[in-house]
Design a protein around this ligand. Structure first.
Ligand code: ADP
Length: 515
């Protein structure tokens, strides 16, 4: 359907009106003219507003074309107005164009045909203007929806314009408040942009303080332009606070996560190391256990074999009476072997008990302890006519009395035992303070020990002599070492063959709580 084209023809001259209408009809079949001849019909047409374009003469009996133009543009700014006249000067034409006149056609015989073209042009131009306005409104709406703040500002910080979203974003009431508060710190951007090559533009994410003091993150895009010879900064800001906060949270989360992974890895490493150490200890313990069982069976078999051998001889010779002396001798040796086996088992039990029993520690007066031990050893001492010299006072130590008695007894027994038969055993006992430890020395004038054996004599069943020469189970020094270690100390020996030995044990000193 073709749209109706309604045009006001304002002209006092009926001939001119007819001519105009004829020309327009030719071009626009849907054309509907409304002829205006006096003020009243102009007023009612103006009130009704049912027209799309106005063609007016300049010289009217009741008004002028300029007046008509002003009135129309005032009420209908988008309505095109064309002046069709043979009067009026160039100044009037210029004045009219300035006031929004869309075209000016001279009333000359050969110019009538120009009217339709002028009308078409004016209508097209109005249509373009209308569309542009609509587009601008739509664009503005979209930008507001996007919450994009748009602004134009002079390099001195004075705002030229901005959209409502900009003011809302920064919590501002007006453009003048925006200029006064200088929230964007525009001078800084101006000096940066000035140094950039074209296009002088920059984009960045920054934190801004709003007019109410609240901080927000914005994506800022800013460009330096020249408008009518004047430098301006055109900018666009977008609120990215929630995204930025999410980013920061993720970053923090990542950091804590990394930290926790690091901590857990470190913990695992420590646990792994502990495990490896435990495994190693277990392997060593296993090896010890193997050697230990081997030694037990080996050492226990010795007296058992003797019992077996002498038992068999006795059985074979039980009828002959001549061998009575021999038989008694065999029986004696059987008894000795059972005693040896019994001592072995006893000592072993003692040793294994050492690893298992609770060992409460307490301050021990070594001088008093020594008197007690020497009393117990009186028989051995008298038998061997040993001389024991205790260098008083002996220091106090921290330990377990029962274990310590056993440890020191073993050391003293050995010191009396491992002395050449023709030599009188001479023992010297003293203590020495070393930092947090007390060293107890037991020195003898015995047969001495080669340096290569200094370590191994503290192991279970390590003996350097046959049972016949120096009887013993080979567990005495093992008990010494295990006992001292369980009390938090260490053991050792200094000795040379034929030069006597000096055994030592280190024990923790007594910590005085009330100095
Ligand atoms: P044993 O039951 O044989 O005494 P120990 O464990 O007490 O076992 O001692 C192990 C070995 O260390 C002894 O067989 C001996 O060869 C040597 N030994 C221990 N004490 C002394 C000492 N005071 N002088 C010389 N050798 C010693």
């Amino acid at each position: 359907m073709t749209q109706v084209l309604r045009i006001l023809i304002i002209d006092d001259n009926p001939g001119d009106r007819a001519l105009t209408i004829r020309e327009l009809r030719r071009e626009f079949p849907q054309f509907q003219p409304q002829e205006i001849r006096e003020a009243s019909s102009f007023a009612s047409a103006l009130a009704a507003g049912e027209f799309d374009l106005v063609i007016t003469d300049y010289q009217l009996g009741w008004s002028t074309g300029l007046e008509v133009l002003y009135t129309i543009k005032q009420q209908y700014p988008n309505c095109p107005v064309i002046m069709f006249t043979n009067t009026g000067s160039e100044e009037i034409a210029v004045e009219a164009m300035k006031s929004g006149l869309d075209d000016y056609v001279l009333k000359l015989p050969n110019r009538y045909i120009r009217i339709p073209a002028a009308v078409r042009l004016a209508l097209e131009r109005t249509e373009i203007k209308r569309r542009a306005t609509l587009l601008e409104i739509r664009l503005q709406g979209l930008l507001n929806q996007l919450k994009l703040g748009i602004f134009r500002i002079y390099p001195d910080g004075n705002f030229i314009e901005c959209n409502p979203a900009f003011l809302e974003l920064l919590g501002l009431d007006s453009l003048s408040q925006a200029s006064a508060m200088n929230l964007l710190n525009i001078h800084e951007y101006y000096s940066i942009l000035q140094k950039l090559p074209p296009p002088q533009q920059q984009e960045q994410e920054i934190q801004l303080q709003r007019a109410d003091g609240r901080f927000i993150w914005v994506g800022l895009s800013i460009a330096l332009n020249t408008v009518e010879g004047q430098q301006v900064l055109d900018g666009l800001i977008e609120d990215i606070t929630s995204r930025k906060q999410a980013e920061i949270e993720i970053q923090q989360l990542n950091q804590t996560l990394e930290e926790r992974v690091r901590e857990r890895t470190a913990e695992l490493e420590v646990a792994n190391r502990d495990l490896a150490q435990r495994n190693q200890e277990l392997a060593v313990a296993n090896q010890d256990l193997e050697a230990f069982s081997y030694s037990i069976s080996h050492d226990l078999r010795e007296p058992l074999r003797a019992i077996q051998a002498f038992g068999s001889i006795l059985l074979e010779n039980q009828d002959s009476e001549s061998n009575l002396e021999n038989q008694q001798n065999y029986l004696q040796r059987i008894i000795t072997s059972t005693q040896q086996a019994d001592k072995l088992v006893q000592d072993l039990l003692e040793y294994s008990r050492l690893s298992r029993t609770e060992m409460p520690l307490q301050p021990i007066n070594l001088s008093l302890l020594m008197i007690q031990i020497l009393r117990q050893l009186e028989l051995e001492i008298t038998q061997r006519q040993a001389r024991v010299q205790v260098e008083e006072p002996l220091a106090e130590v921290t330990g377990n009395p029962t274990i310590l008695i056993q440890v020191v007894t073993n050391l003293l027994t050995n010191a009396i035992k491992f002395v050449a038969p023709e030599v009188q055993p001479q023992l010297r006992i003293w203590t020495e303070k070393r930092n947090q430890l007390v060293r107890l020395w037991v020195q003898d004038n015995g047969i001495g020990i080669e340096e290569t054996h200094h370590k191994r004599i503290f192991n279970v069943f390590e003996r350097l002599h046959s049972y016949e020469v120096y009887p013993g189970s080979g567990i005495g020094l093992a008990i010494v070492r295990k006992g001292v270690e369980r009390m938090g100390g260490q053991v050792g020996v200094e000795s040379q063959p034929g030069q006597g030995s000096r055994f030592w044990i280190d024990l923790p000193i007594v910590i005085d709580v009330n100095p």
